[in-house]
Design a protein around this ligand. Sequence first.
Ligand SMILES: [Zn+2]
Length: 265
Amino acid sequence: MNDDVSSHPVFLMRDHKLLVDLSSGVPRVPDRSVAEEFGLSFADGYRLGPLNGVDCYALSVTGEDEPSRGMDYLGLRKLFGVLDDTRYDMAVKALAILNWDRTCRFCSACGSPLRRHETILAKVCEVCGSTMFPRISPAVIVLVERHEKVLLARASRFAENLYSVLAGFTEPGETLEDTVRREVREEVGVEVGDIRYFGSQPWPYPDSLMIGFTASWVAGEIAADNDEITDARWFTADDLPKIPDRLSISRALIDWFIDKHRKGK
Ligand SMILES: [Zn+2]
């Protein structure tokens, strides 16, 4: 961790990976002077916010030039728990904004090229005047409890033997609570109530916002849809299967359940 006030990090990304300095043995976000080595101007980047009183920027590296001086590009999953929270959150924001910048280039109304808005995080069509904001796709993630047990499911896209809480994207016209009820019903055939907000997590792969909830079983026996979900079961806190790592809000939800039910044991 580098909290030297003279250090002003810059977030350079290529192919969804962040440029980090590995020369000290621990990955750190390089100083802004490195942007000059790549011939990049902050005017072409996006402001992420201040750190130690100085604005930090996100910039895309497009060339194939290899980074110098013990630097390399690492995926953000590898940097979770390695960078401090402030820098990690900035890297997540950088990934989301630069991905939007790369993929949102033409007006979705008339097909004309877009230009960046001067003052806000948006792009403008000079032909029809439409304004395009970065897309954020809300998805719910929900831990369902039944007495002392938690509902965990194996999704077909998961690594082998991994079980987690249920998740799904919000559809037009739904409240987040509607999404929770529909997803749980569709994926495992269970009705839930007492839906409570837990927390949220930006998930820039590519543009999700994960919104976490807890809920209680109301009715129905588990019947996995055998499409997205291949198996689902009730587990106690002392008999859990393989669960996700600490990176995700799904793990935070499961840890909340474990803490609640293992207390005093
Ligand atoms: Zn247009």
